[in-house]
Design a protein around this ligand. Structure first.
Ligand code: NAD
Length: 363
């Protein structure tokens, strides 16, 4: 039976990457029933200036799975980022970013194979902020003063909520993800020595969840120490689970360990749906030039195949991508030794090469 999947081409380089990814996914032999939905800056005028129309969200909820190209965040339109709206509306609380070394990618490290699991609804990203000089900031500073704290009167304030509920579900998610994907260890990351009531709670709850999941090894690390150790010995880590802000920073650090944005896939899991998309943005300067690297989006497609329980097809597609990277011939400019290398190929030629490796006819 065909898998019903919402396909959002996005804008900028999104549509060409999405087309290349759709072609390689179909070449695995898995059947898809694509529900193509337009979103982003190019269609916002047709929808009252809204870059994420309601019917797109309805489609994702109906299908439960979406593959999404990057979408430009229009500046100064009063609309929130499409990605933030998606995350909030679909309650996409678990962001997963695998960071894996592929032979042939220029990087300082070999054999990195990490999964970063980031909580995506709480922490300093909750959007609860009080502007310096506002009545609310003044009131809050007075309240804090009356309850034993001191905040300078000319401060702006961002609140960092971390709940038992939010922590429990993301740490449970990390253990489930580890189990489903044959991983051996979960590391909970925090700064509990300084922030006792937010990160301290996180650590306490993580330890409780670990006690229910003794088939998988568990440890914790303070975030600054973790950053140093990731740079020195990344092979010691397996699945990392982090609150929102540390997760954002550490996932970029890990993407850097394995060669950067061109091959960094992503997945967002929630209570209503799962959305698969590359880590990078819409790179508007390369839009429509058949130039951008489609591999991060294709690897996001590999994650989607695994989510759909198409394990064998996922392994074959990942192996085909890895082979093309290792050969270094049919790759885009960013994977060549120099950025002006004349042997670089375009987005669609990368897809052709991968389809050939899959043994499927190039359409
Ligand atoms: P970006 O990721 O688009 O670009 C950063 C750099 O990486 C640029 O030099 C770009 O050319 C290069 N790059 C990115 N993807 C590439 C690829 N596949 N192949 C080759 N080179 C690639 O980040 P940005 O410039 O900060 O953002 C551009 C727009 O994308 C913004 O509007 C931003 O809000 C949006 N954005 C969207 C998402 C998303 O939809 N999930 C994520 C991040 C940024």
């Amino acid at each position: 039976m065909a898998h019903s999947v919402t396909l959002i081409p996005g804008d900028g380089i999104g549509p060409e990457l999405t087309e290349a990814t759709r072609r390689v996914l179909e070449s695995t032999g898995v059947a898809f029933d694509w529900d193509v939905q337009e979103a982003g800056a190019d269609v916002m005028d047709e929808h009252g200036g809204n870059p994420l129309p309601e019917h797109v969200l309805d489609s994702i909820i109906r299908n439960g799975v979406a593959l999404k190209g990057p979408i430009t965040t229009p500046v100064g339109t009063g609309f929130r980022s499409v990605n933030v709206t998606l995350r909030k509306t679909l309650d996409l609380y678990g962001q997963v970013r695998p960071c894996k070394s592929y032979r042939g990618v220029r990087s300082r490290y070999e054999d990195v194979d990490l999964i970063v699991v980031r909580e995506a609804t709480e922490d300093l990203y909750a959007g609860i902020e009080y502007e310096q000089g506002s009545d609310e900031a003044r009131e809050l500073i007075e309240w804090i003063g009356a309850h034993g704290g001191t905040v300078r009167p000319d401060s702006g304030i961002s609140i960092k909520p971390i709940s038992v509920t939010g922590t429990r579900r993301i740490v449970e998610f990390a253990f489930d993800y580890a189990r489903r994907n044959g991983r051996r260890k979960v590391t909970a990351v925090h700064k509990a020595n300084i922030m006792k009531f937010s990160d301290g709670l996180w650590l306490h709850v993580a330890r409780e969840v670990a006690e229910q999941n003794t088939d998988i090894e568990f440890e914790d690390r303070i975030v600054d120490n973790l950053c140093m150790q990731l740079v020195q010995r990344p092979e010691e880590y397996d699945v990392l689970v982090l609150p929102n802000l540390y997760g954002d920073i550490v996932s970029d650090l890990c993407a850097g360990l394995v060669g950067g944005l061109g091959i960094a896939p992503g997945a967002n899991f929630g209570t209503k749906a799962a959305v698969f998309e590359p880590t990078h943005g819409s790179a508007p300067k390369y839009a429509g030039q058949n130039k951008a690297n489609p591999m991060a989006m294709m690897l996001s497609g590999v994650l989607m195949l695994r989510h759909l329980d198409e394990m064998e097809a996922a392994d074959r597609l990942e192996a085909a991508i890895a082979e093309v990277i290792a050969e270094g011939k049919s790759v885009t400019y960013d994977m060549k030794p120099t950025r002006d290398d004349p042997t670089a190929v375009g987005t669609s030629e990368v897809a052709d090469a991968i389809i050939e490796k899959l043994g499927a006819p190039v359409a």
